[in-house]
Design a protein around this ligand. Sequence first.
Ligand SMILES: Cc1cc2nc3c(=O)[nH]c(=O)nc-3n(C[C@H](O)[C@H](O)[C@H](O)COP(=O)(O)OP(=O)(O)OC[C@H]3O[C@@H](n4cnc5c(N)ncnc54)[C@H](O)[C@@H]3O)c2cc1C
Length: 525
Amino acid sequence: MPDILLIGGGHNALVAAFYLAKAGRKPLVLERRPLVGGCAVTEEFADGYKAPSLAHTLGPLRPSIVHDMQLERRGVQFVRPDPRLIALGGDGRPLVFSTDVQRTADAIRQFSAADATKYPEVCAALGRLAGFLDSLLEMTPPSIDAPSSSEWWTLLKLGRRFRALGKKDGFNLLRWGPMPAADLVAEWFESDILQAAVATRGIFGTSMGPWSAGSAAVLLLDAASDPVPGGSSVTAVGGPGAVTRAMADAAIEAGAEIKTGAEVAHVFVKDGIARGVVLSDGTELSGSAVISAVDPRRTLLGLVDPMDLDPTFLQRIRNYRVPGTVAKVNLALRGVPAFRGLKENATELLRGRVIVAPGIDYLEHAYDASKYGEISTAPYLDIALPSILDPSMAPSGRHVMSVCMQYAPYRLRDDASWSTRRDALGDIVLRTLEEHAPGITSLVEHRQVLTPADLEATYGLSGGHIYHGELSLDQLFTMRPTLGWGQYATPVTNLYLCGSGTHPGHGLTGGSGQNAAREILRRLK
Ligand SMILES: Cc1cc2nc3c(=O)[nH]c(=O)nc-3n(C[C@H](O)[C@H](O)[C@H](O)COP(=O)(O)OP(=O)(O)OC[C@H]3O[C@@H](n4cnc5c(N)ncnc54)[C@H](O)[C@@H]3O)c2cc1C
């Protein structure tokens, strides 16, 4: 009999279920869709064509999770492409980011000799800060009101690590976090293409532009998991879906149960204590704890009766912002597109990500449109071609292109419906691609366009927000999801959160699930 019920079967739930089962508990994961993985799934979108439906790269995953869940032994073939990123330039000259610092510096030299000299310094500074930031991501945020003795101890150790950074790095960290990413990258570099490529790490998935205050904090948060300025392009053969399938196997082997096609309609609370859940088909399941890996708004405003929550807390959750800005376009292609500036036969170079983000102003203009409920007509694109790594994702000789498009605001101007704008969105993406890969339109055999409304309806993301909530300074760390509730607990006893709407909460790192399992096990003792 299961004793802990997990709502949602995304990667964070699978990680949490694994650690709970390892500790001797009996978790049951309830996923509403026919497959687990959440945003990390690989699905067939056209006859013979499979795509990473949403996310195409990993955060990357925390190494301890890869190790503990023995993902490689379970057949996951992680790929760390090199080059990891190609930034397409407005003038047709691409900038190629390799994992090797010197090789990237050499590529940067064609744009700026000063930037080429500066690049290794920036890599080193980010590397030093990442060590410290990673320890922040791994900890349970301390209680604000009444830190326990162990929390004081953790804070003390953290203080020591901060001091060990030295005066210069420590000062930089405090100063950089609240800055706009655009200002930060302008302190480092002078060439627009390099500034923009690095700044995208501060805006991907958010409702911020490069000039938004706090976007540098997102950049640093992302760099904590992978300090190389170009960002992570780690993926797996078969896409992120191959990883979550192996995670499910690991959780089951550890003793967890997983039920798909099981939508939770309600969390059953009595006397302020979560007692179980009711599924949409009316099935009642009880457990000694309920853990939701679904976003905080959907969990606390949709699944819990508002009468069971204190009005102040309820108001704070209502104020928790989930302004989605990402759309997804998956293309079935007759061949590999030829990108301007890359040699004809550049397939090997295209194993990593490709971005359309030619300059800071370009990105800010793309963001501007979304502030007024409009779709960017010259959007920022983050692209992968997963069939190059795994030819089985497309029929022989064919290819799949996975495109994350920003900015597509969840709430459209004049409350227009996304169902009437789907084609317009697909056309904008193709027109933008056509400028950088002339002829690509003629290669398209099929296209799948997922709007922010689809991300909400099909994948369960409130507001279509890919991180379950904005990564703004007021919604991070002890304030994720809301002030005083950063420790995975909720005001309902035995109801916990473990998804991306909790600390550290950005992409596919497994961090929220791992931290939450540790904290929940401690509390349930
Ligand atoms: C388009 C897109 C692109 C992205 N790109 C990247 C990327 O390149 N790199 C990266 O690191 N991250 C990326 N992300 C972000 C990343 O995928 C998410 O942050 C991460 O997957 C969240 O994981 P999770 O386990 O917390 O939740 P989710 O993956 O959202 O899983 C939650 C699960 O809960 C289920 N659910 C919802 N309601 C119920 C219910 N009532 N009952 C039962 N089940 C329910 C959902 O079906 C879903 O399976 C992207 C996300 C999107 C949408």
